[in-house]
Design a binder for this molecule. Structure first.
Ligand code: NIG
Ligand code: FE
Length: 423
């Protein structure tokens, strides 16, 4: 989607650029020292890309006499890049609110899973749902994310676990990508659980021999765009060898490796991801020091999901150890029937309070680094000239209010802009 008008956002008290030297990601000091311009303006061209960003005086001189189709007076407000949510499971049917009560009463995630709940419950309902129903609920979930400031979101399949439903889910994501304003990165997650009645070897065989070959056909025909491949690498789900063979096969199809690892048990998922050149690994509540070092060396991003640890009362991911080691730390909401959270501002708040990240680190993790985890940081994640004109205008003069305020973000976020269009 491109804009058909030129947009000027002028006189903002602060414009948070994030970084301004074409960095693909930030680590350590870079995450602490974000680029912020006081009293600044942003121009988005008719192609939907950022044309200029800088001090208001300089921009008004540069553009004196120029015409704009739309002008937003941002005096007393601030401007930030649109947020990037690097991990969600937003396509599903069936309500799991009852499991929240079970978990509050002490059941663990795996207790619920083994009792036939969790992913299996959602698989049953998603298999039975019509594509139109799935698209309707996906669209309203994505609209909620957009209102909370997310302008680029990763969306996984993974509640089919067989060809027909996995393709149905990916087609639903594809339709959303083509018809909704929000930017989508699409992920095949056929290895989200071992289907009931199958062994890990049988499930792996089905993915390698049936599901991935069909995806390859649909992708080459241009009917489906898939960006990433995901596996739930966990005890009692996919072991390390099965994970390796599925991720490798996905990589051969040109998909980015971006998978669930070291969540409930230390599995050496981080080392495996580093070995395979994974772009990102999510969760990592149980990652070892060796795993952290391997990810730092390989440039594999850690997508941390503070909602999971919060809801399941798991140990927090060791964000500080990862940041100190120079890992590229990103954030995601993990929106799914277990973690019903559409809001990256709440995710950043949890990351700061529970994982001890600073507000600058959390914002870098939810913008440039999340874009990197999706292979999109050339075009998204910061307010640099030539990148997509995706931004937020906050009804406050200090950007930190986006993280400080716990909820109520519809009041705080005055405008969400995607490719120059005010949504
Ligand atoms: O990221 N860990 C595996 N997958 C999801 C949960 C999916 C579900 O419970 O439906 C997660 O938390
Ligand atoms: Fe997940």
């Amino acid at each position: 989607m491109s804009s058909n008008h030129r947009l000027l956002v002028e006189n903002a008290d602060q414009v948070v650029v994030i970084c301004n030297h074409g960095e693909k990601f930030l680590t350590k000091e870079g995450m602490k020292n974000l680029s912020v311009i006081q009293n600044a303006s942003v121009v988005i061209g008719r192609d939907g890309l950022i044309e200029a960003v800088g001090p208001s005086k300089a921009i008004s001189l540069q553009y004196s006499g120029a015409s704009f189709d739309k002008v937003i007076d941002a005096k007393g407000m601030c401007v930030l890049p649109g947020l990037v949510d690097a991990h969600t499971h937003p396509v599903w049917a069936g309500d799991r609110v009852h499991e929240f009560a079970m978990k509050l009463a002490g059941a663990t995630y795996m207790d619920v899973h083994r009792a036939g709940g969790g992913i299996h419950f959602t698989v049953e309902h998603t298999r039975a749902a019509a594509a139109s129903e799935l698209l309707g609920s996906l669209a309203s979930r994505l609209a909620r994310m957009l209102r909370a400031g997310t302008t680029l979101v990763e969306c996984k399949s993974g509640y089919g676990l067989e060809l027909q439903t996995e393709v149905k889910m990916l087609e639903v994501i594809e339709k959303a990508r083509r018809s909704l304003p929000i930017n989508i990165s699409s992920t095949y997650c056929g290895a989200h659980a071992v289907p009931k009645g199958k062994t890990v070897a049988e499930a792996t065989e089905d993915i390698l021999q049936v599901q991935l070959p069909r995806l390859k056909e649909l992708m080459s025909a241009g009917t489906l765009r898939v960006d990433n491949i995901d596996v739930f690498c966990e005890q009692g789900v996919f072991d390390l060898d099965a994970t390796r063979s599925i991720l490798q096969a996905g990589k051969e199809l040109g998909l980015n490796i971006n998978f669930h690892g070291d969540e409930l048990h230390p599995m050496n998922s981080a080392q495996l991801g580093a070995e395979l050149g994974a772009l990102a690994i999510s969760h990592l509540e149980e990652v070892t020091d060796e795993g952290i070092a391997a990810m730092a060396t390989a440039g594999t991003a850690a997508v941390l999901l503070p909602t999971t640890a919060y809801i399941l009362r798991l140990p927090q991911p060791r964000a500080r150890a990862m940041l100190d080691a120079g890992v590229i730390v990103a954030l995601g909401s993990d929106f799914n029937p277990n973690a019903f959270c559409c809001s990256m501002p709440i995710v950043m708040h949890l990351a700061c309070v529970n994982m001890r990240m600073t507000m600058s680190e959390a914002l870098a993790a939810a913008t440039i680094n999340a874009a990197y985890a999706l292979g999109r940081s050339d075009t998204h994640g910061s307010l640099e000239v030539g990148k997509h004109g995706d931004l937020l205008v906050l009804n406050n003069s200090r950007w930190e209010h986006l993280i400080y305020q716990l909820g109520g973000h519809r009041e705080l976020i005055r405008h969400v802009v995607i490719k120059g269009n005010v949504i």
